[in-house]
Design a protein around this ligand. Structure first.
Ligand SMILES: C[S@@+](CC[C@H](N)C(=O)[O-])C[C@H]1O[C@@H](n2cnc3c(N)ncnc32)[C@H](O)[C@@H]1O
Length: 216
């Protein structure tokens, strides 16, 4: 089993990954919140989202090229950018479903509107890879990581990631997360004997990712 953690901009770093070598992409990209930090204006957050979407337009075709002939693709997204993501993906890979992570209770957000108690994941499939273990529904209920235990503000729970990895890969397959944050995906891969390639731009989170993987 190989675990490779790479620090840098995924648009640059992905150039060094062998084409067709990835059996699963599982990633939770930024949607502009980083650009928002330190600011309170919604327009600043929107600019951040637009900048991220522009980056995905470049990154998505590269990601699909890195995928093997038969491979699955999971991309965390939000209801308001879902049409953009689905439109960007469709020319390169068939989008099969919107998966729902049901968090059980609403998180923070606009207090005058309904709370967000779910996240969406775009599921796409290259070639004819089948899901392992039958055909589940598209709603997955898992508690979020408690605030006090989070290594990253948008950390995803390992039970949810494990479910996706077990359904889409076998032992020895390679999983890529180009926006790995604290390496929650990498940790599960190491535990499940999958190869992992993770890329992170932010040096602080890269260090956290390295520490997390060493601790497994
Ligand atoms: C939503 S977070 C992922 C959190 C992760 N799911 C976890 O559980 O820790 C997205 C991450 O992508 C990183 N990032 C943003 N732009 C990037 C880029 N161009 N290349 C690589 N990483 C990037 C951010 O620093 C952030 O840590």
């Amino acid at each position: 089993m190989t675990i490779k953690l790479l620090q840098g901009d995924c648009l640059d770093v992905m150039q060094d990954i062998e084409l067709g070598s990835i059996d699963m992409v599982l990633t939770d990209p930024p949607y502009g919140m980083a650009y928002k930090s330190g600011w309170s204006g919604a327009s600043v957050a929107m600019d951040g989202t637009r900048m991220c979407l522009r980056m995905y337009k470049k990154a998505l075709p590269v990601l699909v090229d890195l995928m093997a002939e038969n491979a699955h693709f999971y991309f965390f997204t939000r209801w308001d950018v879902w049409p953009d993501i689905a439109d960007m993906l469709s020319p390169y890979i068939p989008v099969k479903n919107a998966l729902i992570w049901d968090k059980g209770h609403p998180g923070m957000g606009d207090l005058k509107s309904y709370g967000y108690s779910y996240e969406m994941i775009a599921f796409a499939s290259k070639g004819k890879r089948a899901l392992i273990g039958g055909r589940p529904g598209n709603i997955f209920k898992h508690n979020p990581v408690p605030n006090a235990k989070r290594l990253h503000p948008t950390e995803k729970p390992s039970a949810l990631l494990e479910e996706f990895i077990l359904r889409s890969t076998n032992e020895g397959d390679t999983v890529l997360d180009p926006f790995m944050g604290s390496a929650s995906v990498g940790e599960v891969c190491k535990k499940l004997n999958r190869n992992f390639i993770g890329i992170e731009l932010d040096k602080k989170y890269f260090q956290i990712a390295q520490d997390r993987i060493s601790a497994v």
